[in-house]
Write a protein that binds this ligand. Sequence first.
Ligand SMILES: [Zn+2]
Length: 122
Amino acid sequence: MPTARNLRHRCGTQGKEEEINRQLGKGGQLASYEITAVHTESSSTGSYHEHIAKVRCSDGSTWSRATVVKDIRTGRDSYYTYGGGRYADVIVRDCPMCSYSDYITTTPDSTTKNNLLELPRF
Ligand SMILES: [Zn+2]
């Protein structure tokens, strides 16, 4: 699934990324990242629950939730998890427990093993 991970340079300029996009010919969909661990923070309001604060991907890179949300919203990159024999896409939605709108979670399927909150913590 992940193809061009090594070509990605998060710290590069926008122009550099666009150049890489052209080289890859993927129309802006540059890479797909497998999230393998999460760092959570407790919600600031309402009943206690967790929000994802950071994610770690299979290549060891770590990204803030804001970066993941931006990537997904702009369609630049996609993220997924694997567990229980199934892949799940990571999506942005409103938190089901509070009004927070930059909440990331996985598409529901027949297993919970690939849920973000089921992943190892770091
Ligand atoms: Zn919440």
